[in-house]
Design a protein around this ligand. Structure first.
Ligand code: FE2
Length: 210
């Protein structure tokens, strides 16, 4: 897959998460938290691979496109701050929905700018084979990219390459810890309610008497 197709596919994935969020009811707190977790991961990885591979390659090839890239970096920076705040926020918090709204507006504007201005210009400065090679490198970088936003970390080379590798390892640990905590909370809630009540909750049926 070439770089432009790969980045557009990422944009589409994120847009699908946004639409699901918009359709979720105001009380669908668990669903909305899960969707925001997915947005945090998808957008963090996407921003990291663009910053580590895509933007440096574009700037190295075309000085004319440098202002576009710098604008994209600033847009990423704002998005990462909002993501960092959402990452630790309860979905029941008064400003949770409003913050997601602002996140979606910012990301959608950034996607429009990339897809309408930056990507078409790339086809004039890179050969198709070069864009395919860049797509392969982006795909490889995805595996080692941070999964959380790091708005204070450097976003241009060489600083972001080193910081990105360290953040990726730290994020892996945090993701594992978060998954373990959620599992423990679930187990505690089952233990507190008792298995019979859990079955009743799940099925809506009255459990048979002993
Ligand atoms: Fe981007």
């Amino acid at each position: 897959m070439d770089a432009i197709a790969l980045l557009k596919a990422d944009h589409k994935t994120v847009e699908q998460l946004f639409r699901k969020f918009e359709k979720a009811g105001s009380n669908a707190h668990k669903l909305k938290r899960r969707l925001v977790d997915q947005m945090v991961t998808a957008l963090s990885v996407h921003a990291a691979i663009e910053e580590q591979v895509f933007y440096p390659a574009v700037r190295a090839r075309s000085e004319e496109l440098s202002p576009e890239v710098l604008r994209s970096l600033e847009e990423h920076h704002v998005v990462k701050w909002v993501l960092a705040e959402l990452d630790g926020m309860s979905p029941e918090a008064e400003r949770f929905d409003a913050k997601v709204q602002v996140l979606m507006e910012n990301v959608r504007a950034h996607v429009l700018q990339e897809e309408n201005a930056l990507f078409p210009a790339l086809k004039k400065v890179f050969r198709p084979q070069e864009l395919r090679t860049m797509g392969d490198v982006l795909e490889m970088s995805r595996k080692a990219a941070p999964t959380r936003p790091h708005p204070m970390a450097p976003d241009t080379p060489p600083g972001n390459l080193v910081a990105g590798a360290v953040s990726a390892v730290m994020d892996m640990g945090r993701d594992a810890l978060r998954a373990a905590r959620r599992k423990a909370t679930k187990v505690r809630s089952v233990a507190a309610r008792g298995p019979r009540q859990v079955v009743r909750d799940m099925t809506g049926a009255e459990a048979a008497s002993p």
